[in-house]
Design a protein around this ligand. Sequence first.
Ligand code: SF4
Ligand code: SF4
Length: 341
Amino acid sequence: MIKPTPARTVGFRPGERNVFFHLLTACNLSCKHCYINPPQHGTVTLSLETVLAWLRCFSRPDQESNLILLGGEPTMHPDLAGIIRAAKSMNYHVTVDSNGFLFHDLLDRVSPEELDFLSFSLDGPDAAVNDPIRGDGVFATCTENIKKAVAQGFRTSLIYTVSGMNIVHLHRMPELVKELGVQRFFIQVIGLRGKPAGGMLSPETAWQVDPEHWLEIVPEVAARAAELGLAVTYPKVYLDPDEPFECAGQVAENYFIFPNGRVYQCPLCEDYPIHGFCMENDQLVKRRGLNEDRFFTLSIPEGCVMNKLLQPDNIEYLADGSPRHRISCCLLKQHIEPVRK
Ligand code: SF4
Ligand code: SF4
């Protein structure tokens, strides 16, 4: 067994701003674990004019902000190439998160210099694991387009969402990611939002992975991926006893923007109309009332309050009633730099 390379917890950095912008909710796929919830997030495709106005609203000309363009499938937006160029001119560091289908010839319409990262979602090391989750033929299309992007010189990353359906196959991913020529490997954890909020995956299988499985498998696979020369990021999930708990809603600047104008600070809240902000007349407006921000200040022994409310099954208790682990903010990450040989 490989001794895991110590991962560094990436604390929330004051002044860092992350803008997760869902340009549309439409998608060509119908993944089993899709977190998009059209009744809550809307069904419109934002016009180019509105996207640019909202980007201006969140930009800071004197400081780079991270922009992650999402959907649905963001490459289905006919103006994505223009949006990327405009965002770069507003001093954003731009990432596009795609399911791999790359509509509207994205690779021919932007250059590797214009896009900071192109990220692909893949949930299995082969079609037999990936396609039952993401759809027939998706593995083949996604890996083919990753190869094209790499060959054209784009910086690429790959996101693997760990769930009860695929955790036992995670160990086969590092070699595939390396072979595809991808630079960054993100291991993500399934959240009980959107479709997974509807219940168990099957009578035998839960969506979420228990702590033993997660802690036994994920850090070791991440360390091995770093040994292969990949930059690896994965969520902290379980805080060490001496680690402080921090809620990103209080100490960081993250905005999750949906096409219906809802703007959340916490992704766990996205299935509920408790967004802290909304877009009105192309301006960011703070909402009054009992919204997500009221939960951010609550201090409980279990760590994250929204996790306790929405995903209580991933908390285990000791005989004295105290939690076995405190659950970190879902936005807190562990990072391992590629091991250079
Ligand atoms: S690719 Fe993304 S948006 Fe599309 S169905 Fe899958 S999870 Fe949902
Ligand atoms: S996941 Fe929990 S800790 Fe993180 S922003 Fe949401 S409520 Fe705060």
